[in-house]
Ligand binder design. Sequence first.
Ligand code: 6Z5
Length: 329
Amino acid sequence: MLQSHLAFSAVEETHVGRYHLLRTIGKGASAKVKLAQHIITGQEVAIKIIDKIQHTSSDLHRLYREIEIMKDLHHPNIVKLFEVIENEHALYIVMEYASGRDLFYHLVNHGFMSEKEAQTKFQQIVSAVKYCHDKRIVHRDLKTENLLLDKRMNIKLADFGLGTEFITGSKLDTFCGTPPYSARELLQGEKYDGPPVDVWSLGVILYFMVTGSLPFRGKTLTKLREQVLQGQYHVPFHMSSQCQHLLSKIFIRDPRKRATLEDILSHLWMKVSHEEKQKLYVQPLPDYDNHWHTEVTVNTGYMQEDIHDSLLNHNYNDANATYLILRHD
Ligand SMILES: CC1(C)C(=O)N([C@H]2C=Cc3c(O)cccc32)c2nc(Nc3ccccc3)ncc21
């Protein structure tokens, strides 16, 4: 046993099932994710490799639950599960590969989004989360790091490690998630309802997309908890009033008063067609020979050639000014 185990761990696998393993794209404490290629179709997949030896039985139980949850999810904005391969050493979870990395990486590298782009992304995210909630599944760890992007920049919700079934009316009590994205009731360690916790995290994600920073970001957990308890966050000047209004409905401390996913989906900000950012001003070609402008300018006492010279030489003199003012009409 020991010998074969060492032999296994020493040799870097190049194939698993019908997949050719390529490079590592993610490494966690308990799992590694590799880009792989389905040999027959050439399709790229991502394989989460779990070394079973290093896992406690409760960890493995949680993983099997994650797999069961994923088997039941079929949505365009949720990472697909293709296959599970298992042997005595390892568990290989073959999933959809998102080539655009995650939303956190995208925001850090490209800065915050226009509200139009944020709206498209947010509609996809809310659609995926609503699909889960309708199946009585809450994610509980929604954050930009778990939102992947495919090659067409569509959202792919990942990482159902913490997802769990919720039964309406019965409260959940396991603290989990990531503090800056966590709702007050989670940080307070109270018993909580699943859906409102995900709604709060959606607010943090929306804020991050539109501003490029986190709404609540205390240096310590205590300072962060204080900020979340107060529900105070900075609203930058460029945020539209509709977006501000939507966030104010999400960042409500009392989970019973907080917006539901239906409220979010029916909010004006989610429907209105956001004006693309002010179109960059395109300098119109100068029309130095606009006869009407020239005629009027001549009538104001300027000679035709004076006007022409001053325009061509960009003399910002009165002849030029008169012409430009007329043109600016
Ligand atoms: C199987 C699954 C769902 C997964 O577990 N990961 C990991 C691995 C890295 C990572 C991350 O950086 C952020 C979230 C999830 C993950 C995946 N990463 C990708 N694409 C990718 C491509 C270049 C760089 C990073 C991620 N596609 C699918 C997955």
